[in-house]
Design a protein around this ligand. Structure first.
Ligand code: GLC
Length: 530
């Protein structure tokens, strides 16, 4: 029996769009849906199979779209539902699927559900959120802290009860023990999926269920990870509860009802042993889960390899990893991994596009955009505004896409002030790199095209190969070997015969290898063995 064909997203490349910063079609300084539609040719030319849009739904923007006040309507600054339909249709004509971001853990405090919930303990939406009485001394119901700092509870004037918020107090957490909440989200899922949305990235997927008894988190110890020690507690009861898997199985059933099953990608910032649980049995929960252990690792052979191999070994059979280097929260990999060294950024790109799994690029990765340092007065992320100068927030990775050099950067009208300042458009922009055979953009496009030409390379297994320190190499499929030299000195691998397919040093593409493969410092090579 021939195996069923691989789903589109397994061999495909996904691309995250942060709509506010992608392309501004109406010169108001804010990116929008028509701007995305106008730039679909760039994505098709690059070879992208699916785009994930950070939220375009209505929001007061306390957390830039991640505080939703209407899950089924488009924020006016981004356009309209018609614009979504046009985007889906025009992307579809180019073979590109559109995924939405869904934020089930919390809403905006301006959402009508919360306004009603807050209005009276007897309101029909009271139990849609997590309300609890103070302790006898008036302090919050338990010791949970918000991942954005401070207590996770805010007291309401009405009757002294506290409501829970794992992020800003403007983002009250929904109560996922309530069946009405579950049913309502089934409807939201269908609302978008029925319009042709190909799937969802699920925001803070690991925290939506909280301990039903609201027990105190245990204190962190010196053996805990950085975050637990910073917060002084382990997130045992306000996150990562086992019952979240019931919700994910429910969504997977919804996703699988469509002729083309909808794709669920979770934001899952958890250790590898927990991450793999979000795949369920490999077929009944998420199809993809973001691996923050990988994102946060240094770009070094031993560390990266350890995480990839731990993940590969722990995944249930049939499960498929996702690899990403940048997103709107974690900054840009050309800076974070590569220290703004273009050569190392190219190496990281080759790594992302060569591992077994779905690569998820973030807008600008393809031109090697790094972080932009912003002045205090330009910060817009509530975390930067609150914690500067101790933490500058996430804006450095959210500045507008750099389409060309000069004022406006092709993102907006040159006379318009964009919502966040542009980065260095001279160093990285699409226009200058497009026809340059040595550019990061050309490398990205060529690597994606190489994947497409070699389905076995995309879907084949990952088999690690012994190599000298500082080097990491693996076989893909039948014939390909990927070699990354993550060190500053040249390395040589003996006993190899074949042809270089793609090298980060493009002068070596198609070089014949007759017995030993030389790999320059911070170079990466895909070799086809003969
Ligand atoms: C996710 C989003 C982030 C947001 C947070 C709260 O982590 O990626 O941008 O601030 O959820 O919604």
């Amino acid at each position: 029996m021939t195996p069923p064909p691989a789903p589109w997203w397994q061999a495909g490349v996904l691309y995250q769009i942060y709509p506010r910063s992608f392309a501004d079609s109406n010169a108001d300084g804010v990116g929008d849906l028509p701007g995305i539609t106008e730039h679909l040719d760039h994505l098709a030319w690059l070879g992208i199979d699916g785009i994930w849009l950070s939220p375009v739904t209505v929001s007061p923007n306390a957390d830039w779209g991640y505080d939703v006040s209407d899950f089924c309507a488009v924020a006016p600054e981004f356009g309209s539902l018609d614009d979504v339909d046009r985007l889906i249709a025009q992307a579809g004509e180019r073979g590109i699927r559109v995924l939405m971001d869904i934020v089930p853990n919390h809403t905006s405090d301006q959402h009508p559900w919360f306004l009603d919930s807050r209005s009276s303990p007897a309101s029909s939406h009271r139990d849609w959120y997590v309300w609890a009485d103070p302790k006898p001394d008036g302090s919050p119901p338990n010791n949970w802290v918000s991942s954005f700092g401070g207590p996770a509870w805010t007291q309401d004037g009405l009757n002294g009860q506290y409501f829970l918020h794992n992020h800003l107090s403007e983002q009250p957490d929904l109560n996922w023990w309530n069946d009405a909440v579950r049913d309502t989200f089934d409807g939201i899922f269908a609302f978008w999926a029925d319009r042709g949305v190909a799937g969802f990235r699920i925001d803070v997927c690991n925290i939506i269920i909280k301990d039903a008894e609201l027990r105190d988190n245990p204190p962190a110890t010196e053996d805990d990870d950085f975050e637990a020690q910073m917060f002084g507690q382990r997130s045992v009861y306000n996150a990562n509860r086992p019952e979240v898997h019931e919700v994910l199985r429910r969504w997977r059933r919804l996703a699988d009802r469509y002729d083309e099953p909808r794709l669920l990608i979770g934001e899952t910032p958890v250790p590898v042993d927990q991450l793999v649980e979000y795949y369920g049995d490999g077929h009944d929960e998420l199809q993809l889960a973001f691996n923050f252990n990988f994102i946060s690792a240094p770009l070094a052979a031993a560390e990266m390899r350890a995480i990839v191999e731990e993940t590969e070994a722990a995944l249930p059979s049939g499960a498929w990893p996702a690899w990403t280097g940048s997103n709107h929260d974690m900054f840009r990999f050309p800076t974070r991994w590569a220290g703004d060294d273009p050569q190392r950024a190219r190496l990281a790109l080759l790594m992302l596009l060569s591992l077994r799994g779905t690569p998820v690029l973030y807008q600008g990765d393809e031109i090697g955009m790094g972080n932009t340092t912003l002045a205090r007065e330009d910060l817009r992320d509530p975390l930067g505004v609150r914690f500067y100068p101790y933490y500058e927030g996430r804006d450095a990775g959210r500045t507008p896409m750099q389409w060309r050099d000069g004022p406006g950067g092709g993102f907006t009208d040159p006379a318009v002030r964009p919502w966040l300042p542009l980065g260095d458009t001279a160093t990285a922009n699409v226009e200058a790199q497009r026809d340059d055979p040595t550019s990061m953009l050309t490398l990205a496009r060529d690597l994606i095209a190489f994947r497409r030409r070699h389905p076995g390379f995309c879907t084949g297994s990952y088999r690690s190969v012994p190599v000298p320190d500082g080097v990491w190499a693996w076989e893909r499929g039948e014939r390909h070997l990927v070699v990354l030299n993550l060190s500053g000195s040249e390395a040589t691998l003996e006993g190899l015969v074949g042809t270089v397919q793609v090298c980060t040093d493009r002068r070596r593409d198609l070089e014949a290898v007759e017995s030993s493969l030389r790999v320059g410092p911070y170079d990466g090579i895909i070799l086809e063995r003969s």
